[in-house]
Every structure is written in C-alpha cells, then in structure tokens.
Design a protein around this ligand. Structure first.
Ligand code: ADP
Ligand code: MG
Length: 143
C-alpha cells in the first residue's frame, strides 16, 4: 500500500496558540510514533512539544531537556520521549540516551532531527515552524 501524505498548515500568533494546535494534534497520534520539529532557535519547537505532551494526557510542566538530551514523560497514551539533538553529533550519544529503544515503543518528539533523519522510516510526522512577522508562526504538519 502506498503512503499518501497529508499536509496541514496553521498560523498562530502566540505561544499558547501554538501549544493548542499541538494539544489538539495529539489526538491523531498513535504510539509508537516519531514527530520531528524543525525551525530556528526560538521558533516554538519546545512550545509545540509541550502542547503535544500535555495533549497526550500529561499535565504540568514540559521544558527543554537541560541535563542530557531527553526528557521522558508518562502520559495517558503511554510513554513520551522529548529529545533535543541540538548538541548531538554522534550515534553513541543517541544510543546511550535510549533513542533507538524509544522509537520502538514511545511517542518520540525530536527537536533538531537532522542527524537522525536517515534512521527514521517514512512513517514520521514532520512539523516545521517558520517565524513570520512579530509573534506569528506558520506551522506545517506533514504526515
Ligand atoms: N506564535 C508563537 N508560537 C510559539 N512561540 C511563540 C509564538 N510567539 C512568540 N513565541 C515565543 O517564542 C519563543 C519560543 O520558544 P521555544 O518554544 O523554546 O522555541 P524553540 O524550542 O524552537 O527554540 C517563546 O519565548 C515564546 O513565548
Ligand atoms: Mg527548544
């Protein structure tokens, strides 16, 4: 069966709007899944990740991984793993952080996914966030 790609776009004008788009999108995710987040520093990738994780049924704080490269959450829809690969350049670090285990069993959200792109199959949900004027962001979700 050939995969068809579905693309949706949104324009948000605040962080909470971006979180809301992601929160609602969480309904469409079935674990295991990989969601890549692309966009410049400050685009809103972590805001999107926060909305998504909250939408999976995890209340409370979601922030960028500070120690290490991954934060793990227990959600109503199972395990979620939020990676920030900005500083990662080798496979060993990924392996140590459990990346390859998580993609088998969890909802995996990846900021700066370039170095893992080739490891991921075609069943990846690609989110791109582009900064427009002021606080506007164009969010494109391809799945
Ligand atoms: N429409 C918007 N969507 C998301 N974040 C926004 C938006 N407008 C302004 N911001 C601000 O941009 C910053 C995004 O930060 P963050 O999510 O950490 O970005 P990234 O993870 O891409 O570096 C926050 O300070 C947030 O308040
Ligand atoms: Mg971030």
């Amino acid at each position: 069966m050939k995969k068809t790609t579905l693309t949706e776009s949104f324009v948000t004008s605040s962080q909470s709007e971006t979180e809301k788009i992601a929160f609602d999108f969480a309904d469409k995710i079935k674990s295991p899944a990989v969601i890549t987040l692309e966009g410049e520093l400050g685009a809103g990738k972590t805001a999107f990740a926060r909305g998504l994780i909250n939408g999976l049924g995890k209340e409370g704080t979601v922030s960028s991984p500070t120690f290490g490269i991954v934060n793990e959450y227990k959600t109503e829809k199972g395990q979620a793993a939020h990676f920030d690969l900005y500083r990662v350049s080798d496979n060993e670090t990924l392996e140590m952080a459990g990346f390859f285990d998580y993609i088998e069993k969890a909802v995996v959200i990846v900021e700066w996914p370039d170095i893992v792109r080739s490891e991921l199959g075609e069943n990846v949900i690609e989110v791109t966030i582009r900064q427009l004027q002021n606080n506007n962001r164009e969010i494109t979700i391809k799945r």
